[in-house]
Every structure is written in C-alpha cells, then in structure tokens.
Design a protein around this ligand. Sequence first.
Ligand SMILES: Cc1cc2nc3c(=O)[nH]c(=O)nc-3n(C[C@H](O)[C@H](O)[C@H](O)COP(=O)(O)O)c2cc1C
Length: 224
Amino acid sequence: MNKEAKKQEILSAFQFRHATKEFDPEKKISDEDFAFILETGRLSPSSFGFEPWRFVVIQDQALREQLKPVSWGAQKQLPTASHYVVMLARTAEDMIYDSEYIEHMMTEVKKLPKEAYEAISGFYKTFLESDFKLLGNDRAMFDWAAKQVYIALGNMMTAAAQIGIDSCPIEGFDQEKVQAILEKEGVLEGGNFEVAVMVGFGYRVNEPRPKVRQDLNDVVKWIK
Ligand SMILES: Cc1cc2nc3c(=O)[nH]c(=O)nc-3n(C[C@H](O)[C@H](O)[C@H](O)COP(=O)(O)O)c2cc1C
C-alpha cells in the first residue's frame, strides 16, 4: 500500500473511533482480534521501559455487575462490552528505584549486564529524586505510572479501530470503591497495583455524532 493510502486508512480509523456508549451484547470480538489488541498494549512504550501496568480483562458478568454502581461513566458499557479491561498502574512500592519489581525488570526481562544495570539505576534514581521529584510522593508516583498506562490505552483503542472494533475509555468511576471491589475479589494480587483507567471494547449499536474538535490552529503552535 502506498503512503497516501496508508495515511487515509489510519485517519479513517481515527474518525471511526469514538467513545462508544453502548455495545451490541450479541457481538463478540474474536479471540484472535482481542489478542491483537492486547499485543499493541504490551508493545507500548514506557518510561525507562519499566512497563508499569497490568491489563485485567473482566469477562465475569457478576464482577462487572459489582462495578456498575460505582462506575457512573460505564453504565451501558459495563454490561454490553464484548471485552472490558481494567488497566492497573503500579504504585510507588513497585516503581521505587530499589524495588524487587524494578530489579526484576532490569535483570530478568531486559537482561541488562551489570554495568548497564548500575548506570540505569543511577539515572532512574536521579529521575525520581530530582528530575521529576516523584520520590516520597506516592500519589505523584502512581500518577506517573498511570500516564504510561494511558499510552497503552491509546494504542489499544487505535489498533482496535483499525480492525473495525469500537471502544470506550472510562474514567467515570469512584477509584477507591472500584479498588476495594477488585481487592476483595483478589484481582490486584501479584504486585502493587491501583486502578488507572478502564476501557470497554466491542461493536457499536448506534452511529456516533459527527466528531467535535478544536481547530488545528488552536491546538498547535509552531515556533520557527
Ligand atoms: C481518559 C478518558 C476517560 C473517559 N471517561 C469516559 C467515561 O467514563 N464514560 C464515557 O462515556 N466516556 C468517557 N470518555 C470519552 C470522552 O468523553 C470522549 O473521548 C470525548 O468526548 C471525545 O469524543 P470521541 O472519543 O467520541 O471522539 C473518556 C475519555 C478519555 C480519554
């Protein structure tokens, strides 16, 4: 495919994607297509490559029902989404420079040689301590991890749109209450996690309204 055609195809996917309020409960995403969406999340970039996320796919309708009263922004999406993902971000306990998780990422996942490990550890400590001043502020640390989760979120929604699958990102929920439910159900085990954002995937029942966006000149500033 030539470049112009490719650009048009990508832009059509961006036009196609909209915050889908209600999915067709009868239409399910195939396992292959959903694996593709998850793969684009997994391959997403993250600061220092530390992948501070977990994607929990909630297919248990009873658990979705529990989340509904505390998720005002997902009233129709929770019961109808073919696949519903709660995107978790790692907390300060895992993201601090000397945590077991960071060591695991550097030694077992990235398989860094000792010198590289030490150099990156040093940069990471400085980054947390003084560059971004995250150290000692658990909320800031979590928000920083969550920012990266949103990169995966964006990629997954765009990839889904490119294969004709709808989605809706969801921040309309009581974070503490959702957290408590997931904790009780044992969903947060195997790391230190909090809920960053949720996202439903499926197939639309209604056509969306035309896109509303500011003019390009109002959102882009060129310095020449
Ligand atoms: C981080 C984030 C959280 C959102 N939370 C909700 C939500 O809880 N419920 C909902 O229906 N839409 C939600 N939206 C959808 C936005 O309202 C929507 O993306 C925006 O109005 C632009 O419309 P469009 O996505 O259809 O182009 C959210 C969007 C983002 C990016």
